[in-house]
Each structure stands twice: as C-alpha cells, then as structure tokens.
Write a protein that binds this ligand. Structure first.
Ligand code: ADE
Length: 255
C-alpha cells in the first residue's frame, strides 16, 4: 500500500475526487490510503492563524512555519522517514517518469509498493522559506502556470501515481497502455456503432487480424506523437520498425 499523508488548509477539496472512480476503488482495495491533515488543527493560538505578513513588506500573506512543522512532525515523526513533497510552481516538473518513481513501480513490473509519501499544499502568496529549507525533501510543479494552491496539484500527483499501482486499474495492462507510459501518445480508440453519422471506424479494427491491428495502433501512436509532441520521440523506446516508419514520415513531408 502507498500511504499519502496530505497537509492542507482545505482538506474538503479532496473528498469528492477521492470518493470517485479509480481512486475510490484503489482505496477500497487497500492499494492506497490518502490521509488528510488540516494544518489549521496544529495552530496553538486562539484564532488558529496559519498565515502572516511578509517580512520586508510587499503584498500577500505567507504561510507560517510553526503549524506546518508541528503537523508534519506529529504525523510523520521527527525526523520523518519518508519524502515530504511541497507542491509549488517552483518545483521540478511532474511527468510520467516522476509518477513511476514515486509509485516505486518500474514500468510493467508487477511489484506491490509499500511506502509513505507526505504532500504539503501551499496557499497564499508563499510559504516561509524555513519550511523549504528544513522540512520538505522535494518540490514538485505540475506545470508552468500558477494555481491558487497546491491541492489540485496534489490530486494530480496522487491520481497519476495510484494508476501505476498493480491492481488499481480494471485492465491489468491498463497503465502500461496509457499515453506516456511507453513514452508515446496513445493511438485512437473506437467503439460501436461501426458507422456514426456517416463516419466509419477504420476497416482494419474490424478485421480481426490482431497482428495488423497491433501494428496499426503502434503506427498511429508514432504518428500522433510525431505530429503533436515530437519532443517525446527522443525519450521513447523505439524498435527498428518504428524508426523506419518515422523516417518514412519525415521523407514524405520533405517531398
Ligand atoms: N501550486 C500553485 N501552482 C502550482 C503548480 N503549477 N504546481 C504545483 N503546485 C502549485
């Protein structure tokens, strides 16, 4: 089981998402636990204050260090024996490889991970720098844009990591087929009816020829990645046949 210990000022934000779909099922199966801790519960003053004015002036409020240290040390121990990740736009960029690393599941390997991860969600304009320096072990950003807090980013991380735990998806191969799992974007999908408003499902998918279907899907995946995210091709695992297909695409557009 992977245990996420989430430290936030807004635990309620998490509930509907954690109670739906794959996360709900993974929690029920005991593959993942998500424990929510309200930082406000670790304040010691009468008004439960978690933020204060920035030293040096300027706008905005800064999250105070004491309740954050108190919360994390109470729940995870001092010193804590697990990573504590601050969600912030200043962190290293989150992607499928980081998710796999946090899951502790190498791609395609059926091991059941067993560990704990602390997630700290920032709010207000910032967080006292001493939290960064002396409490958190890692900082992660989910993209180059600024959210109102780290809660959505924490949910993104929890979701992406949970999908990688063996047994979390209905399809045992599900996660290895996802876009990005192989370093490529996924091929197109179709379901019934075979014709809808005059638009037909590609003939090959109805052919029953599994080898040709697999090759078609692979080529669609390569084509999509080449068109939309050529940067991903550098890190993808490609066969000689894949290289030949991509070279042909290049040649075709140069003519
Ligand atoms: N908090 C605010 N913006 C964020 C981002 N882009 N990633 C992670 N945490 C954030």
């Amino acid at each position: 089981m992977i245990r996420f210990e989430v430290f936030t000022l807004f635990p309620d934000i998490f509930l509907p998402y954690l109670e739906s779909g794959i996360l709900h099922r993974a929690r029920k199966k005991g593959l993942v636990a998500i424990n929510l801790h309200n930082i406000r519960d670790w304040t010691t003053d009468r008004h439960h204050v978690t933020d204060d004015l920035p030293y040096g002036g300027g706008g905005g409020m800064v999250m105070k260090p004491e309740p954050i240290f108190h919360a994390i040390e109470s729940v995870l121990g001092d010193p804590h024996g697990c990573p504590v990740i601050l969600l912030t736009p200043q962190g290293r960029k989150f992607d499928q490889a980081v998710a796999a690393d946090l899951a502790g599941v190498p791609f395609d390997e059926p091991v059941t991970p067993e560990h704990q991860i602390g997630l700290l969600c920032g709010r207000y304009e910032g967080i006292d720098e001493r939290v960064r320096q002396h409490l958190v072990s890692d900082e992660i950003s989910i993209g180059d844009y600024v959210l109102s807090g780290g809660e959505l980013a924490a949910l993104v991380l929890i979701d992406a990591v949970t999908r990688l735990i063996p047994g979390a998806l209905g399809d045992p191969d599900g996660a290895s087929k996802d876009s990005h799992a192989s370093g490529l974007l996924e091929h197109p999908h179709y379901t019934r009816p075979p014709e809808f408003r005059g638009w037909s499902v590609p003939e090959i998918l109805l052919s029953g020829d599994h080898a040709r279907i697999a090759r078609w899907r692979r080529e669609q995946s390569l084509l999509r990645t080449w068109l939309r995210r050529p940067d991903l091709l550098h890190g993808a695992h490609l066969s000689d046949e894949d290289h030949r297909y991509l070279n042909n695409l290049g040649d075709a557009t140069e003519e």
